[in-house]
Design a protein around this ligand. Structure first.
Ligand code: NAI
Ligand code: MG
Length: 368
């Protein structure tokens, strides 16, 4: 049997720094759990632009289409701010998402016990929180036509169009129901069916998919604005939340901040199943290239490490090993280890990026 394949695209800024820590984890799994991956590494973003004059070389794109999973660091930085839009580092990431047709963006909001005090919400509201937002990623108002700024009479008009087909809604709804079956078996679908036709269709199609294939999963519906309030009031009422691109963008950022630092947040973007049954997949931390701390060993590698844990779970069917890795993160946090972004007001001396990675490897080692 061939090893599962992984394409690593560290990117820019702190991307390569946090990815170096993920490499330690991958190496550990290969050496100690008999889980070898065929890892290849390539350039994306500004790093690719510097070498090839494009933020994503065609060969890299082709490789991304073939591997079992792509793991990306971050792209962008002030050096590239004045580049033409067509070759900006972010275009490399957008091209990956678009050409791999990654329609379901998974953003967990999970509260590690040791960080419950770090949240801006009361400890009992967030302690033990473990929810997942599934955001539709390839359609909706960010892509709909017509769009643009036109002249009408003697003023300008800005136009964007929310447009969803049944099949676009059905496939992301299925992704959410499948996920719920592996978690708390509950889906809350959020839209604005009270004021948007696309919301009415959304609610209808989610209900139809539920009745046809997933009636064992508990389904509820909520208006997205009410959902935002409920997320802040009592987030533990949710398990999986599914919504369109725009609401998902806002609600996933809201949910993320319930639990603290940007340096802790992983994500997965999944597409249709490939020939081997695995979904096309891109895993990446939510944060950017953090130019303000790049090159200083200050970056928190946990978001990127937890993104790899999601890869173990969703691309490689290694749920128990994903649990092990998440537990190792919990362990080092419980030991009091903090990178600078988490050290904040506690007055603890922060560890650097590499020390955090080493500690997580040590916790993995202690777990077997
Ligand atoms: P950012 O996420 O890079 O940084 C925001 C703040 O959070 C900074 O103060 C940074 O130091 C801190 N931070 C982020 N990740 C951290 C980590 N792992 N550990 C410790 N602290 C961390 O967002 P910003 O500053 O708006 O953007 C910087 C660049 O990154 C821009 O070029 C932007 O376009 C790009 N970007 C790329 C993304 C991606 O590759 N997916 C996402 C967001 C921004
Ligand atoms: Mg956002």
């Amino acid at each position: 049997m061939t090893n599962p394949s992984l394409l690593i695209l560290p990117g820019d800024g702190i991307g390569p720094e946090v990815m170096a820590e993920v490499r330690k984890i991958i190496d550990w799994y290969g050496a100690k759990r008999d889980m070898a991956f065929d890892v290849s590494e390539d350039l994306v973003g500004g790093a690719a632009y510097d070498k090839h004059g494009t933020p994503l070389h065609d060969d890299t794109m082709a490789k991304a289409q073939e591997v079992d999973a792509v793991l990306l660091g971050a792209v962008g930085g002030p050096k590239y701010d004045d580049l033409d839009f067509s070759v900006k580092p972010e275009r490399g990431l957008l091209r990956l998402r678009k050409e791999m047709d990654l329609f379901a963006n998974l953003r967990p909001a999970q509260c590690f016990d040791a960080l419950a005090d770090f949240s801006s919400l009361k400890k009992d509201v967030v302690a033990g929180l473990d929810i997942m937002i599934v955001r539709e990623l390839t359609s909706g108002i960010y892509f709909g036509e017509p769009r643009g700024i036109i002249e009408e009479g003697n003023e300008r008009v800005g136009i964007n169009t929310q447009r969803y087909t049944e099949s676009e809604i059905a496939r992301v709804a299925k992704a959410a129901f499948e996920l719920a079956r592996r978690r708390g078996n509950k889906v809350c679908s959020m839209e604005k069916a009270n004021v948007m036709e696309s919301g009415i269709l959304w609610r209808d199609v989610v209900t139809e998919v539920h009745q046809a294939e997933y009636s064992d999963v508990e389904l509820s519906h909520m208006y997205a604005d009410a959902g935002a309030m409920q997320l802040c009031r009592w987030p533990k009422q949710f398990d999986v939340i599914v919504c369109d691109n725009l609401f998902g963008d806002i609600l996933s950022d809201t949910a993320a901040m319930l639990t603290g630092s940007l340096g802790m947040l992983p994500s997965a973007s999944l597409g249709a199943p490939m020939a081997n049954g695995r979904p096309k997949a891109l895993y990446e931390p939510v944060h950017g290239s953090a130019p303000d701390i790049a090159g200083q060993g200050k970056a928190n590698p946990i978001a990127c490490i937890l993104s790899f844990a999601m890869a173990l779970r969703y691309s490689f069917d290694q749920g128990a090993e994903a649990d092990r890795l998440e537990q190792a993160v919990e362990t080092v946090l419980a030991q009091g280890l903090r990178t600078a972004d988490l050290a904040g007001e506690e007055g603890v001396t922060p560890v650097n990026t590499s020390e955090m990675g080493d500690a997580i490897v040590a916790a993995l080692e202690a777990s077997v």
